[in-house]
Write a new protein. Structure first.
Length: 279
């Protein structure tokens, strides 16, 4: 039986063990998947937790808050490798432990794009996309969103300089992409087909300030957070967005991508979606 886990702190409420257990059962894969608390108060606490898991026979792991940057550093180290999308994201959410070292990948952005395109029926090619936020969540989504060939992508953030840094970052990997950065106030008079919330403002119970007229007819609003209607989605409803979605589908899709990387089998995610959110 091959062993996998998710590292985080806190980790008790993680849905990943249930998701991967369902994938394993559905695909007939012989594996276990557990939640592991790694310490935040010790230098190298994350790397040591990973080393201990490998010593116990671990084959791979997911990484969640607050360790994605630690996992990136680990996979950047000598003898280890990073996928191009993890390098652009500056963060790792999936580790593969091989005899030839550790591979770090990031499946968050591709999970977001797959949820939008395959499940919500929101095409991104040729569309105007607005990405709210410039932290780790926004950076992780950026590469896969640009790979989907939108007409244009705007990064808006409370701290404009951080949005500008992200926009500058993708010039090397996506030289033909039309990307700009601005403040929330500068969105007045602009219109978008897809608006993605990658800020953590919802945690404070308030949406970021967005102007009336922002959502084009038929536009989609996507919150990377999940849970019952988030402040961002309540606001999107008021502003006339047609499609409203939280990040639960992204969570399932990023997990499926990790599972496929580890096992070479892509699980069907529809059943797990129903399990997590019964109709
Ligand atoms: P994460 O890894 O979740 O993206 P982060 O790197 O701390 O976390 O980034 C949080 C993002 O949410 C940032 O874009 C932050 O804006 P600033 O760069 O200006 O700090 C944004 N954010 C958090 N709270 C916010 C609030 N109350 N209003 C607007 N933006 C907020």
């Amino acid at each position: 039986t091959d062993r996998y886990c998710v590292f985080g702190n806190p980790i008790g409420h993680s849905k990943s063990p249930a998701i991967h257990a369902a994938f394993a059962a559905a695909t007939g894969q012989d594996l276990t998947y557990e939640a592991r608390l790694a310490p935040v108060d010790q230098a190298d606490g994350f790397a040591e937790a990973v080393a201990a898991f490998i010593a116990e026979g671990g084959r791979g792991a997911n990484v969640t808050v607050p360790f994605k940057e630690d996992a990136f550093r680990l996979a950047s180290g000598p003898g280890n490798r990073l996928t191009p999308r993890a390098r652009l994201a500056g963060a790792v959410n999936t580790l593969v432990f091989g005899s030839d070292g550790i591979l770090g990948d990031n499946t968050d952005g591709v999970g977001l794009v797959r949820d939008l395109t395959d499940f919500l029926g929101v095409s991104l090619a040729g569309k105007r996309i607005l990405l709210l936020g410039a932290g780790g969540a926004a950076r992780g989504a950026l590469g896969p969103l640009l790979d989907a060939a939108p007409a244009h992508l705007t990064i808006a953030n409370r701290t404009v300089a951080r949005a500008e840094e992200l926009a500058a970052l993708v010039v090397a990997s996506h030289p033909a992409a039309a990307v700009d950065a601005c403040s929330f106030a500068a969105l007045a008079g602009r219109q978008y087909d897809v608006v993605i919330n990658a800020t953590s403002a919802s945690l404070q119970g308030e949406p970021v300030p967005l102007p009336a007229g922002l959502y084009a007819p038929g536009a989609a609003a996507y919150d990377m957070m999940y849970g019952s209607e988030t402040p961002f989605l309540a606001q999107a409803r008021r502003l006339g967005a047609s499609v409203l979605a939280d990040g639960l589908g992204m969570l399932v899709e990023q997990a499926a991508e990790a599972f496929a990387l580890w096992r070479g089998v892509r699980p069907d995610t529809a059943a797990v979606r129903r399990l997590l959110r019964p109709a």
